[in-house]
Write a protein that binds this ligand. Structure first.
Ligand code: 0PR
Length: 377
């Protein structure tokens, strides 16, 4: 069997180099991440005795991210992605709490990984409405606090609309009430720290106990790499499964996965050190200027609007009452574009692989489809 036959079989799937993927929060990994991933493909840090140096590299990487997030004492792990990181944070919060505390206060715009966490851990999500800027209503979040509250969650870079909850205020209410605050910065974690005036969401806020941050989104690393970062070792140790028999002797596993790829860690470490803060600043600057340009162009098109001004490179494109968003989304998909669909908008993520040229073509297609809709109405 030749690889060309496999390629032929998979032909037709989208590809980041093909410039049709506009709704994804992942991107083409940096070439250095790809090379490194390949080199360490067969490593498994699920058996720490086999790869102690890779484990050390993982610790160093987490510590690097800790520094980025204003906390050199941070501890944590590279996991499969934001979903696993969020589930681990909820598991940790549950283990810290007293029995019976099972309510999680969270924005109605949260990622579905929290629904999974709630189902797995028998938690109850108290979904709080958002304000006109699509950010959690802190007044309602505060009102929802009661003796059953296990944790509060803030989102730094929402999945659909790229906004940041008021984490500073959530930190205040969490700290005051001694409640665990987790920040889901799966997307914004590799964006906001590299902006000149990005929103505050990190460990400099005293209430924040853990943060999800994903190198496989804006970090230009390879899939799978998400990170769960805890404020300190004590918090990091609330999820622990003792393992007695592996090659390094008795150890603990503090995540969901057993076998896990060391290639993800090596690639994320490599690209992070290769790009450095200045490299990421350049990536974010480019993505944000393209985002603002795209929003300006969207607003010029009769019938189109943006759901809210985003705070990072994720845009919710919607239509006015004369048009049907569902039809528009179906139309762009038929023309070959991959966009994400919400009930009243489509999500466009201006990732590093997205070019202005592709966006111009996409905007033209939107114009044509809206014209067709108006002629048929
Ligand atoms: N938290 C936030 C805020 C997210 O946006 C996401 C995923 C997660 C957690 C979960 O991360 P993992 O998917 O790494 O577990 N956000 C994207 C989404 O669900 C993930 C994605 C990426 C979807 C690429 C599509 C795609 O092509 O929309």
């Amino acid at each position: 069997m030749r690889i060309s036959r496999l390629k032929k079989r998979l032909r037709g799937d989208h590809d980041f180099k093909g410039h049709t993927i506009l709704g994804s929060m992942c991107s083409e990994p940096h070439p250095i991440a790809k090379r490194t991933y390949k080199r360490f493909l067969s490593t498994n840090v699920g058996d720490p005795g086999l790869f102690p140096k890779l484990i050390k590299l993982e610790k160093e990487f987490i510590s690097n991210l800790g520094v980025l997030l204003s906390n050199p004492n941070a501890k944590g792990n590279v996991v499969s992605g934001g979903s696993e990181a969020n589930i681990l944070a909820m598991w940790t919060a549950k283990n810290i709490c007293n029995a019976g505390q099972n309510e999680i206060i969270i924005s109605e715009n949260c990622h579905f990984s929290f629904d999974k966490a709630a189902s797995l851990l028998s938690l109850k999500l108290i979904k709080i409405p958002v304000d006109s800027r699509q950010r959690i209503r802190v007044d309602l979040a505060e009102k929802a606090i009661n003796s059953n509250t296990a944790a509060i969650v803030g989102i730094a870079g929402t999945t659909g609309l790229g906004v940041c909850d008021p984490i500073e205020k959530l930190s205040e209410i969490s700290f005051k009430n001694n409640i665990y605050l987790h920040v889901d910065a799966a997307f914004g974690g590799f964006v906001f720290p590299f902006m000149d005036n990005g929103p505050k969401f990190d460990f400099s806020l005293p209430g924040v106990k853990s943060i999800t941050i994903d190198p496989h989104k804006m970090g230009r690393a390879a899939i799978q790499s998400g990170c769960i970062i805890y404020r300190d070792e004590n918090i990091a140790n609330y999820v622990r499964t003792p393992v007695s028999y592996l090659s390094g002797g008795s150890t603990v596993n503090n995540m969901i996965m057993g076998t896990r790829s060391g290639a993800s860690i090596a690639a994320a470490w490599m690209v992070y050190n290769y790009l450095g803060v200045n490299g990421y600043k350049k990536i974010v600057k480019k993505a944000m200027s393209l985002t603002w340009w795209f929003i300006t162009e969207v607003k010029k098109i009769d019938g189109l609007c943006v759901k809210v001004e985003p705070e990072c490179n994720v845009v919710g494109v919607c239509v006015n009452d004369n048009y049907d968003i569902k039809k528009l989304i179906n139309g762009v998909r038929e023309l070959g574009w991959a966009v994400s669909e919400w009930p009243d908008y489509m999500r466009i993520a201006i990732m590093p692989h997205v070019t202005q040229r592709a966006l111009k073509k996409f905007l033209n297609d939107l114009k044509k489809l809206l014209l067709i809709q108006s002629l048929h109405s």
